[in-house]
Design a protein around this ligand. Structure first.
Ligand SMILES: Nc1ncnc2c1ncn2[C@@H]1O[C@H](COP(=O)(O)OP(=O)(O)O)[C@@H](O)[C@H]1O
Ligand SMILES: [Mg+2]
Length: 358
């Protein structure tokens, strides 16, 4: 009788444990999950380490011995930023789809191989980038601006845009859905900023409208040095949850903003970053080749760069390394440029640098 009660109690306890959502940042929970699901053997004792830095996901390293390591990502419903910002955890499956697709389209070695995906717990696993590696954003902020890294950054994006355009008829139709791009990019970057900065409202509203109708090729949506690791001199791209079919000019504006904002912040490396912008743009164009949307792309890239330069000082996700003074100066510079947008990436760079010069 007593034994029966106990086992009833422990069953109820098990049900309760199962009903709790899995949190992969709790190592014992993750270990039990990996064993229960058969992804690792019952007796295996991998080393589990929570990775810092992500704002929209839980990211955990699972080292399975000397030759194999995985990174498991699980989506958060509420993003880790100062303002309230929510996004559907189902986006993790968009990232897994993007990962598999990019592994086919991008230059060899630039995308981490896919390992497994779990729709119940909203997570997926990919191969870890081997050690030693460095985050490219950290390298750039430390003044390590290497021509070959910048060249690869342009070539990687140009290759993705071109290859996806070539294969557009065969792309997964899910990628036409842009809800994640709307909620993680158009609203927090462009629409929110339009509401905050009245003189930019017309420019940003026009930019949103054009972005929505330009459905040209695969857009990464988070093409930032922060999402690039450098291993053995080669760039590896991460973080594909915003991937969709849309306007390639968005990726250009988003990424050029990182180079120009670093030119702004790191006074002593200003010229090196200006040179990096030119290297990036020309290697991008070289890899893009003859895609028909290449004509006119520069003008849209400039407009997105202006939109992102402003969004990163006045939107929901400001660049953490810019001081209050730098934010104010960048905002004034962008408003001056929006009044009369430059017609090329190089003109934009030169005028931006003049406007922020102390
Ligand atoms: N495959 C991987 N190999 C090694 N480190 C990784 C890998 N994926 C992610 N990371 C580390 O975790 C961090 C956050 O990952 P990321 O995919 O950018 O998540 P988030 O969507 O939260 O920004 C990265 O900057 C990187 O340091
Ligand atoms: Mg990231």
């Amino acid at each position: 009788m007593a034994a029966g009660l106990n086992s009833a109690r422990s069953m109820a306890h098990d049900d309760l444990t199962r009903a709790q959502p899995l949190d992969i940042e709790r190592p014992s929970e993750l270990l039990a999950y990996l064993r229960r699901s058969g992804y690792i053997a019952a007796g295996e004792e991998p080393r589990i380490r929570v990775l810092a830095g992500g704002v929209s996901n839980r990211t955990v390293m699972v080292e399975r011995g000397s030759d194999e390591a995985w990174v498991i990502k699980q989506a958060l419903a509420k993003l880790r930023v100062a303002v309230e910002w929510f996004s559907d955890p189902l986006r993790i499956h968009r990232e897994a789809l993007g990962l598999r697709l990019l592994a086919r389209l991008a230059p060899p070695g630039s995308i981490t191989p896919f390992v497994f995906e779990d729709h119940e717990h909203h997570l997926f696993a990919m191969a870890a980038v081997p050690q030693p590696h460095e985050n490219w954003k950290s390298m750039l902020l430390a003044g390590q601006i290497e021509h070959d890294h910048v060249r690869q950054f342009g070539q990687l994006l140009g290759t993705i845009h071109r290859r996806a355009w070539e294969e557009r008829a065969a792309l997964d139709p899910t990628l036409e859905d842009r809800a994640i791009f709307e909620s993680l990019r158009l609203e927090p970057y462009y629409a929110y900023t339009a509401g905050q900065v009245a003189p930019a409202q017309a420019f940003l509203t026009g930019l949103i409208a054009r972005t929505r109708v330009r459905r040209l090729t695969l857009v990464h949506g988070d093409y930032s040095p922060k999402n690039v690791l450098v291993h053995g001199g080669r760039l590896v791209l991460l973080d594909h949850e915003v991937i969709h079919i849309g306007d390639p000019a968005f990726d250009l504006g988003f990424s050029l903003t990182h180079l120009l904002s670093k030119a702004h912040h790191l006074h002593q490396y200003r010229r090196a970053f200006a040179q990096a912008v030119q290297t990036y743009w020309s290697s991008y164009l070289g890899a893009l080749g003859e895609a028909p949307f290449a004509a006119g792309l520069e003008q849209h890239a400039v407009a997105n760069t202006l939109g992102c330069l402003l969004a990163r000082v006045a939107g929901r996700s400001p660049l953490e390394y810019l001081s209050e003074d730098e934010r104010a100066r960048q905002r004034a510079a962008v408003l001056a440029l929006m009044a009369e947008p430059p017609d090329s990436v190089s003109a934009l760079t030169e005028r931006f640098l003049v406007l922020i010069e102390r």
